[in-house]
Design a protein around this ligand. Structure first.
Ligand code: CP
Ligand code: NVA
Length: 308
């Protein structure tokens, strides 16, 4: 049975730690290389990744492509709308066909049930490139970024402010696996997915849920936010109004630790979830975070191919 990466718990805490360590050492090992040059050991020489996009992407698309090149393999993009999947061919048949043609499948889609269906029928690894439920690849890059900026995960105080969305769900899953704490500040009605909250708490993570943004960020080591309107959602005026007190601005950042770092998976909407001065500040690690998508994807791929 292939190793699928639909959520971080498919790998578990030890494997996520191994991914981060591997990413750090591979990143250091190719210092000075041009971006498309393969790592010296080319561990995925000859391997092909198919990437299916049912939603837009810049970082996930490019980072997986470059990750495959750096590992010695290649990637191809399937824009779902121009494939037979977009005309109604079943996920099950698509999974079985692709399994005979490529070595792994990455899919970005809406309904998480679709990726589960893909994994059930694929005989090669299936990787979650974002669903409405979760975005695990993003969080591996985020953890790598936090560590690279000099912070240890156990006991880390992470604050999430804004919408209780798919990225937050994966952050909560990581908190349970890697033993850090999360204070979640969301408006009423936009709280995180209860299943992820329950599981993180059961795993020993201390989670605080509040509708007070200041309480969420107080003395935090890391402040994280994301768009108030995820792909596939309406730009509802009442939601934007409810989110306004959760904007990450200098006043809010002043309640966090002085050396707190700011993360955002991007794309950002300056003046909505974050102000330009926070986004462009020295505390902001958003472009390192984006670059780290490549290094994280490489480790995720190596794990999926049982090389980690
Ligand atoms: N953060 C992220 O997943 O970016 P893309 O939507 O550009 O892939
Ligand atoms: N929560 C956002 C993340 C984009 C990378 C979305 O789902 O659109």
């Amino acid at each position: 049975m292939a190793r699928h990466f639909l959520d971080l718990s498919d790998a578990g805490g030890d494997a996520v730690a191994a991914m981060i360590n591997d990413a750090i050492s591979r990143k250091a090992g190719r210092s000075g290389f041009v971006k498309g040059r393969a790592d010296s050991d080319k561990p995925l020489d000859g391997h092909v990744l198919a990437m299916i996009f049912e939603k837009n992407s810049t970082r996930t698309r490019v980072s997986f492509d470059i990750a495959m090149r750096q590992l010695g393999g290649t990637a191809l993009v399937m824009d779902a709308a121009s494939t037979q999947l977009g005309r109604g061919e079943t996920v099950a048949d698509t999974a079985r066909v692709l399994s005979r043609m490529v070595d792994a499948i990455m899919i970005r889609t809406d309904d998480h049930a679709k990726i589960e269906e893909m994994a059930r029928h694929a005989s090669v690894p299936v990787i979650n490139g974002l669903t409405d439920r979760s975005h695990p690849c993003q969080i591996v890059a985020d953890l790598l970024t936090v560590i690279e900026r000099g912070k240890a995960l156990p006991g880390l105080e992470v604050a999430w402010v804004g919408d209780g969305n798919n990225v937050l769900s994966s952050l909560l899953e990581a908190a349970g696996l890697m033993k850090f704490n999360v204070r979640v500040g969301t408006p009423k009605g936009y709280e995180p997915d209860a299943e992820f909250v329950r599981n993180a708490r059961a795993a020993g993570s201390r989670l605080t849920l509040t509708d007070d943004a200041v309480e969420a960020v107080k003395d935090a080591d890391v402040i994280v936010t994301d768009t108030w309107v995820s792909m596939g959602q309406e730009h509802a005026a009442d939601k934007l109004a409810a989110m306004a007190p959760f904007q990450v601005n200098n006043a809010l950042m002043s309640h966090a630790k002085a050396d707190a770092i700011f993360l955002h998976c991007l794309p950002a909407h300056l003046g909505e979830e974050v102000t330009e001065d926070v986004f462009e500040s020295n505390q902001s690690a958003v472009f390192l975070e984006a670059e780290n998508r490549i290094h994280a994807q490489k480790s995720i791929l190596l794990w999926a191919f049982e090389r980690l």
